[in-house]
Design a protein around this ligand. Sequence first.
Ligand SMILES: Nc1ncnc2c1ncn2[C@@H]1O[C@H](COP(=O)(O)OP(=O)(O)OP(=O)(O)O)[C@@H](O)[C@H]1O
Length: 262
Amino acid sequence: MIEVQHLCKTFRVARRGAGFGQAVKTLFHREYEEVKALDDVSFSISEGEMVGYIGPNGAGKSSTIKILSGILTPDSGVCSINGRIPWKNRTAHVKDIGVVFGQRTQLWWDVPVIDSYELLKDIYSISEDTYQANLEELTSLLNLSELLKTPARQLSLGQRMRCEIAASLLHSPKILFLDEPTIGLDAVSKLAVRDFIVKCNEKYRTTVILTTHDMQDIEALTDRIILIGKGKILLDGTLDDIPGADRGLDQAVADLYRRFRI
Ligand SMILES: Nc1ncnc2c1ncn2[C@@H]1O[C@H](COP(=O)(O)OP(=O)(O)OP(=O)(O)O)[C@@H](O)[C@H]1O
């Protein structure tokens, strides 16, 4: 279903020292540095799998998700999702996927959440029946009824995240990319969101790729983990493949990062 082979992505980043003198100098001579965000990344994911994509800050997780969702184009390598190349067949591809970026919003800031949902219904050409059924189910499972009439900018982070997750699922996507979906959620909301993701997977065989620093998300949601560090895949296996995982995943993952010097 998801086939990624030898993906590479390099960013060119401008560098300058601190201070006014350095700022003036860059007006005449700009220095650049190349950052290898992805360095020969390969993996494949089958339909219905729930995979935790983990790694330290700057490892390349979001870059991968952006390529898989068609937002970013790699420099080289192959990426095929349901037989499509995400960044080339974007219109067809976005109908198959749902994306939640914990740090970004897909809701229109100034309008009530329900108006954003209506817009998404038109954008994705969701039929009235499917829209109403999904909205009803998502509202009840994610406890949204009090929030739908509120503009996104007036929601707390956790309330907005619940609305974001619903927004990404209105069109019944086959694949869900979740980039830090429980960031800022209170304990009750975290459990509700995790529960909901498990239900989606069980009921609709939704494939889930989850990036998070929250190891409880990983324990609750995924059987398989892919570890990335400095743009390279370092481990692809189960939680049992992480030494010491049975004694606490946070410590075990921190030890793993140290062992790989990432
Ligand atoms: N648009 C960009 N321009 C320049 N460099 C970028 C850009 N996006 C990412 N990078 C760099 O690519 C590398 C990988 O970044 P990426 O966002 O994929 O990491 P991440 O694993 O998602 O990190 P985090 O856990 O902190 O979100 C980092 O060194 C980052 O600085």
